[in-house]
Each structure stands twice: as C-alpha cells, then as structure tokens.
Design a protein. Structure first.
Length: 334
C-alpha cells in the first residue's frame, strides 16, 4: 500500500485529495498543526481512516521527523496561508508559510526521503497582471500580492530542486476552484452563503468589492484528481489546471441568486472595504497540456458548481448550523 503525506489536509483541497487517495487504497498521512481546538470538520467522513501527524510548515524539525517516521512515497504540499487579502495584513507570515515553507519541505525531502514524489500547490495568482491570454505553463509571472509573490518563490524552488537535485518535484498551477467546503471568505462561498442567508430571511444584503474581476473557476474535487495524476507521471513537470472559461464576479452573483429565484441587483451592495490595493483583473487558463499528458478534464461546470454551493449552503443554514461571519476580518483600510 503506497503512503501519501498531505500537508493542509484540514483545508478544502486536502480533504478532497485525502478522500480520493483513500479510495485508491493509499495510506494517507495528514499533517495537522497544533491548535487549542483542532477543526477536522472537512474530514468528518474519513477521519478514522486518515493518520494525523502533528506538524507545521514553519518548523523544519517536525517535517524531517514526519518523513523519517512515515516514509511517504508521495508528498502533496497543500498547506499555505491561502487568502489573498490576509497576505497584505500578514505579509511576513505569508512569506514564511507559503514561500519558505516550500523550501523547508523540499530540504527535508532532499535529506531524508529523496525518492518521494513531491507536488507543490502553485497558483494562477502568480500570473497576476497577466502577460498573455489565456495563461499557460510558459506565461511569465507578474504577481500582484504578497501571496502571489510567495507562490512564485515556491514554484521556482520546486523547479530548482527538480533541476539541481533530480527530485521528482512537480508544480501544479491551479486556477480558482471552489466547493461546498470552500473557506467562507473566498468570493464564490461568500456569495453562495449570502444567497442562502437572504433566501432564508437571515440577511437582507450582500456587501462585495470588485464585481468585474474575472476568474477561471472549477470544482475542487476535479482539481484533486489532477494533483494525483501529476505524480503518476514518469517525469516531473509543471501543469496548468483550469477550465479554459472565465466568469466575472457579477456573473457568479447572477447565477447564484437566480438559482434561488432572486435578482442579485436587489441585494448586492458595493463595499469599498472589499476592494484590493492591487487587483488581478482577468484569469483564464489553457489546460491543454493537462488534457494531453494527464488525460484530465473537469467534470463539473461553473454553473453546476455555483448551484451545488447554493444548495449546500441552504441545507447548512436550514440545519440550524451557526456560521460565523469571518468575511469582514480582513477588510482593507484605504
Ligand atoms: P485552505 O482551505 O485555505 O487550506 C489551507 C491549509 O493549510 C489548511 O489545512 C491550513 O491548516 C494549512 N496551513 C496553514 N498554515 C499552515 C502551517 N503553517 N503549517 C501547516 N499547515 C498550515 O486552502 P485550499 O483552498 O485547500 O488550497 C490548497 C492549496 O492550494 C493552498 O496552498 C492554496 O494556496 C493553493 N491554491 C488554491 C486554489 C484554490 O482556488 N482553492 C488555487 C490555486 C492554488 P488549518 O486548517 O490549521 O488552518
Ligand atoms: N474574497 C472576496 N470578497 N473577493 C471579492 C469580493 C469579496 O467581497 N468582492 C469581489 N471580490 C473579487 C476579488 O477582488 C477577486 O478579484 C475575486 O473576487 C476573487 O477573490 P477570492 O475569492 O478572494 O480569490 P482569489 O482569486 O483572490 O484567490 C483564490 O484563488 C487563487 C488562484 O487564482 C485563492 O483560492 C488563492 O489561494 C488561489 O491561489
């Protein structure tokens, strides 16, 4: 039975990847950082089958120890400070985790477990102020936030450890992907939860920032499958994973509110606090290499994703679950 280590297993992608790999018969080790209350909500269905190992990307020693103890065959580095606005509030922490954390893991692999295959969760945010449309593996990077800059560093360190030390190190350049397990502050989840709250009479407006930003957005479950496929290739490489379509935040609102029988124009209000000091206006990926080499293509469309998320949030709120409003914690003073 092959063993996989997943950092960020408590996150959206980590939970989908762990489920997928357990289904393939892997032994899954999930790295979880110490907290006064550990939240394993996203792992509810599989918690008894994932082996949890305490660790943190900030701590080199624990990474070495985990690799020595579990001897993983595949390592998926999904852990990161992943919310773009927080990266302006906490640029140094973002650099420590999202950038240097990658080097800590690569160094641990190089010294302890060089035969392991490594996946780095790179991001379309690296393209930032885009140099080319659509963006592909060879498109130059122009990051627009501390998060984007940290991901560029992690990406290039992955390429360098591949070329310098011969590690099987792969970088997946994933475009936006959501799901009912998406963090509450990301825009598609903020919208689906907003629609559900308004529909059930729990709110009467939804404050948002830039409605004209465009994203290439797929379903997280499809993207987890792409990560695994990348590490099954004989040679490590870089891959763009995307749908090839782009949709504005305004379109997201239109589709989500319409699904609940509402008109977004009656509820969405402009709130300056959700605008960013530098915006990524347009992302649209060219996933043809992933299709050609990995045989990967997305199964869930953008509209299906938005409907799935609204339905899930209606069910969540109907079940009387308390959902904390975290979306205002990272608003930016201008
Ligand atoms: P997420 O839901 O925010 O999950 C992030 C995970 O990282 C959580 O498990 C978190 O643990 C963990 N983490 C944070 N700091 C850590 C540290 N210092 N040490 C160890 N673990 C730490 O993110 P996601 O959406 O699943 O994304 C997964 C990865 O893909 C991230 O690297 C993200 O930047 C990247 N990415 C995401 C997208 C997207 O659209 N979703 C697109 C491109 C790339 P806690 O639960 O303890 O907070
Ligand atoms: N979060 C948020 N909240 N975004 C808003 C809002 C709002 O109220 N109003 C408009 N937006 C716009 C943002 O300005 C941005 O252009 C777009 O919605 C998407 O924002 P996010 O959902 O926060 O995601 P992101 O694109 O910045 O980053 C996500 O995708 C990256 C891949 O491109 C994250 O998942 C990153 O971790 C990931 O790397």
């Amino acid at each position: 039975m092959p063993t996989a280590l997943i950092t960020g297993v408590t996150g959206q992608d980590g939970s989908y990847l762990a489920e997928f790999m357990l289904g393939l018969g892997y032994q899954v080790i999930g790295m979880v950082r110490r907290a006064s209350v550990v939240r394993l909500d996203r792992l509810e269905a599989i918690q008894d089958r994932v082996i949890l190992a305490q660790g943190d990307l900030l701590d080199q020693v624990c990474l070495v120890r985990i690799l020595q103890e579990y001897e993983p065959d595949e390592i998926y580095n999904l852990a990161a400070q992943s919310f773009v606005p927080t990266s302006w509030h906490q640029p140094i922490l973002t650099g420590e985790v999202t950038a240097l954390g990658v080097t800590r893991m690569l160094e641990a692999i190089r010294t302890v477990r060089p035969s392991a295959r490594f996946y780095q969760a790179s991001s379309s945010e690296m393209f930032g102020k885009v140099r080319e449309v659509p963006q592909k593996e060879t498109t130059p990077f122009y990051p627009r936030s501390p998060y984007g800059a940290a991901k560029v560093y992690g990406h290039w360190m992955t390429v360098n450890y591949r070329e310098s030390y011969g590690l099987h190190a792969t970088s997946g350049i994933l475009f936006n992907h959501g799901s009912p397990r998406r963090g509450l502050e990301f825009v598609e989840r903020k919208i689906s939860l907003g629609v559900a709250s308004i529909k059930l009479g729990l709110a009467d407006k939804l404050p948002l920032g830039n409605l004209e930003a465009r994203r290439d957005m797929g379903f997280a479950g499809d993207y987890a499958r792409a990560m695994w496929l990348m590490l099954q290739q004989d040679e490590p490489d870089d891959y763009v994973v995307a749908t090839g379509e782009t949709h504005s935040v305004r379109e997201m609102c239109d589709i989500a509110f319409s699904h609940a029988g509402l008109d977004y124009q009656d509820y969405v209000v402009r709130d300056e606090r959700f605008f960013r000091p530098a915006e990524v206006d347009l992302l649209v990926g060219d996933p043809s290499k992933a299709g050609r080499v990995l045989g990967w293509e997305p199964q869930i469309t953008f509209t299906e994703l938005m409907h799935m998320m609204v339905d899930a949030d209606l069910e969540l709120l109907r079940s009387d679950e308390r959902v904390p409003d975290v979306t205002e914690m990272t608003t930016l003073r201008r």
